[in-house]
Write a protein that binds this ligand. Structure first.
Ligand code: SF4
Length: 362
């Protein structure tokens, strides 16, 4: 548990560390494909010939975490085969694909090839793609003081709200291997207990289909409805991932939210039965452009659909009318630097009316 710098919450908590991936984290196959494309720029060999050389080297790895830690050894092998390929291009090709913040932190704090049994920093998954449960963390966070009616000096937009706890910023608790009994004990029972029901829990996943299945399982197996103080949230980063919103609608939550971050292209969204939308541009070394017109368009869509609109950050590479927007904050998270019309940090009005009864599910 820790106080968070993330603008839309007070704290973060992770009942599960690690994740089995998404569009922000490459599979071994995607790394292989990127490397083949890179090598093709420096050789006259055909794609199949290049693949025949590289695939046996790369396919030895089950996870990209393991591949990442061996990248210098792999490069030595590849440079023997393709001596014209510059090391810097190889490095950039690899690094550009590892976009998930949680995953890159795990690369620094997880295990090492000489000992995958222990992470360097306790409390992390040794291999990011093999999530690990940390029971008890949620209950500890639930004991934190009640913030209803309180002022937050550093995040005034949260003033008066209950404590907002972002669940799962360092992995995805709905990754395939995590069983529903654990999620019930760790998340549902804590959120609805005497300590947890004083707070609002914001559970973000890129697997809303599995979240809806979990809700169904809770109701059918235990007769437990979805807690009112557990906001169901998913992420949309581009047009392809919009279908997650349809899956989120199947979660019988009182509040549903979207994290539209990092947004990499303009999107039109169906916001039916969505209560809250957070938008943000990408940060980090290889951040992609974020056209602030995309945020303006989402603001308009939220206004039409009566959805609370929250701008988290403009990212490290914001553009307006084709020109870079100069921002001192490396994440573009200081709203004093933004165009005035985008200084919006709203919450659904119902967030302030917690604590909660629990909506009965038919
Ligand atoms: S933690 Fe989230 S962003 Fe990172 S790989 Fe998993 S689903 Fe993607």
């Amino acid at each position: 548990m820790k106080n968070s710098k993330i603008q839309w919450c007070d704290d973060t908590e992770n009942p599960v560390m690690g994740c089995d991936g998404c569009e922000l984290w490459p599979t071994v196959g995607q790394v292989l494909a990127a490397l083949i494309s890179l090598v093709l720029r420096f050789t006259k060999l055909s794609r199949n010939e290049v693949r025949a050389v590289i695939a046996p080297i790369i396919n030895e790895y089950e996870t990209t975490t393991e591949l990442w830690h061996d990248r210098e050894l792999i490069l030595i092998d590849l440079q023997q085969e393709f001596p014209d390929m510059p090391a810097s291009d190889w490095e950039r090709t690899i690094e550009k694909q590892f976009k998930c913040y949680a995953g890159t932190l795990h690369l620094a704090r997880g295990g090492r090839p000489d000992d995958w049994s222990e992470p360097v920093s306790p409390g992390h998954a040794a291999i990011f793609e093999r999530p690990v449960n940390y029971p008890g963390r949620m209950a500890k966070t639930a004991k934190r003081p009640d913030l209803r009616g309180e002022v937050r000096a550093d995040k005034p937009w949260l003033n008066g709200l209950p404590r907002l706890v972002f669940v799962s910023d360092m992995g995805d608790a709905l990754s395939e291997g995590i069983d529903f009994d654990y999620l019930k004990d760790e998340i549902i029972d804590v959120a609805t207990g005497p300590d947890g029901s004083r707070h609002l829990w914001l559970w973000l996943t890129k697997r809303p289909k599995r979240m809806a299945e979990f809700a169904e399982w809770l109701r059918e197996t235990h007769g437990v409805p979805w807690p009112d103080n557990l906001v169901a949230m998913t992420s949309v980063t581009n047009r392809t991932t919009r279908s997650r919103i349809d899956q989120l609608r199947k979660v019988p939550a009182r509040f549903r939210g979207l994290s539209v971050e990092p947004l990499v292209e303009s999107v039109d969204l169906d916001l039916t039965h969505v209560d809250w939308l957070i938008v943000g541009g990408e940060s980090g070394k290889y951040s992609r452009e974020f056209d602030i017109e995309w945020a303006r368009s989402l603001k308009e869509q939220c206004s039409e659909a009566n959805v609370a609109f929250f701008v988290k950050q403009l990212g490290a590479n914001a553009v307006e009318d084709g020109f870079p927007v100069e921002l001192r904050d490396s994440h573009g998270g200081d709203w004093n630097e933004w165009p005035v019309d985008l200084r919006d940090r709203e919450f659904p009005s119902g967030f302030g009316r917690c604590p909660h009864k629990t909506t009965q599910v038919a």
